[in-house]
Write a protein that binds this ligand. Structure first.
Ligand code: GLA
Length: 361
């Protein structure tokens, strides 16, 4: 029987539902919490990927370039800069009113050998390499000044034990190459947010090295806006308490944290008897495990939401992911929130659900 009071209750519930509609996209669910980003490739920012582009524009409010701003692509020869693709990347972000991230200026990978050598192939000295680094940063950051909002200035400077990696940057310039890179980037665009980006910071020794590095930079008055935690994770690693400790360590230093390259590898190690077990699709049990893993990770990110400015997935759909080809070529991996057909997976629902939990508090 519908009494007057139950009818009123019904109306009230309808009213509440109208007042607080369920969010249906990642960027809306996380509005006012942190930005949700994706690393995108050329087919996407050139709008040829008709499956990926609608997902990117609907779900994400931040983009990172998978490759086009890396040294070997944008600056392949000493006097040759190749800006065409990077220009398209930035234009795509502007057209869609997105936060535009730059990745990356100084790294030991995807950088041509000539960078560290003179015309005769002999190693450069410190001053010559610093000059080359400065020219590159001034040219690339300067071109996109006021348009690219944040930069990974230095990527992966540390070893697993927390000591400085013996890259050519380090061996030729010395450990102040990191400080110099940040100074040059600041000079090129004083408004851009400058980031130190690194992987495996759940590992305590490496995390301590990173904390020391950032503290030293800050003590010298160098502008470090954030630390990027790559978070190329797996179902088991890092342990959730180590993820929590990593974010907390940088939060305590007074810098922001970006989760800069998130994905979750679901495959067994390359050395397993069958390293490619899911060619016919991901079994439901693993699908659910992936969803629980994403729920746990976002639980930690949300716990630290005051420190976290952005969570960026490294790719859009499972088919786009580098995890299909590294460390073993031709495997079927399932590390992201959208499947190969572009459909949201249970992991997507888990990430959406995590945001609802916060809003209800
Ligand atoms: C590192 C780099 C990225 C990308 C990923 C894997 O984390 O920072 O640019 O190359 O590896 O694709």
């Amino acid at each position: 029987m519908v009494t007057r009071s139950s009818a009123w209750k019904g109306l009230l519930m309808v009213g509440l539902a109208v007042a607080a509609p369920a969010q249906t996209t990642l960027k809306d669910a996380y509005k006012n919490i942190f930005r949700i980003g994706a690393a995108i490739n050329q087919a996407q920012f050139d709008e040829q990927d008709t499956r990926g582009v609608p997902i990117i524009t609907a779900q994400f409010n931040s983009i990172s370039p998978e490759n086009v701003l890396k040294w070997q692509l944008i600056h392949p020869q000493p006097n040759t800069y190749n800006f065409t693709q990077a220009d398209h990347y930035v234009a795509f972000g502007e057209k869609n009113h997105m936060f535009i991230h730059g990745h990356c200026l100084v790294w030991h990978n995807q950088v041509p050998q000539w960078v560290f050598q003179d015309e005769k192939g002999a190693p450069l000295d410190r001053d010559a390499l610093l000059k080359r680094m400065r020219d590159h940063i001034m040219t690339v950051v300067g071109r996109y000044k006021g348009r690219i909002n944040s930069w990974d200035v230095v990527n992966e400077a540390l070893n697993e034990d927390g000591t400085m990696r013996e890259s050519p940057w380090m061996t030729i310039i010395g450990e102040d190459y990191v400080a110099k890179a940040f100074q040059y980037a600041h000079e090129a665009d004083p408004q851009a947010q400058l980031i130190y980006n690194e992987y495996s910071l759940g590992n305590e020794a490496k995390r301590k090295g990173a904390v020391d590095l950032i503290r030293k930079l800050k003590d010298q008055g160098i502008s470090v806006a954030a630390v990027g935690l790559q978070d190329h994770d797996s179902l088991q690693s890092p342990k959730i308490e180590n993820e929590d400790a990593a974010i907390a360590a940088f939060e305590a230093l007074g810098v922001k944290v970006c989760i800069s390259e998130l994905d979750v590898d679901v495959l067994p190690p390359a050395s397993a008897a069958d390293p490619n077990p899911y060619t016919a699709g991901l079994p439901d049990s693993v699908q659910q495990e992936l969803a629980r893993r994403y729920a746990a990770l976002f639980g930690v990110y949300l716990k630290h939401r005051d420190a976290i400015t952005r969570v960026t997935f490294w790719g859009v759909t499972d088919g786009d992911s580098w995890r299909n080809s590294t460390p073993v070529r031709g495997r079927a991996n399932y590390p992201l929130l959208f499947d190969r057909a572009g459909r949201p997976k249970p992991a997507f629902d888990a990430v959406m659900q995590a945001a609802r939990g916060v809003r209800a508090r």
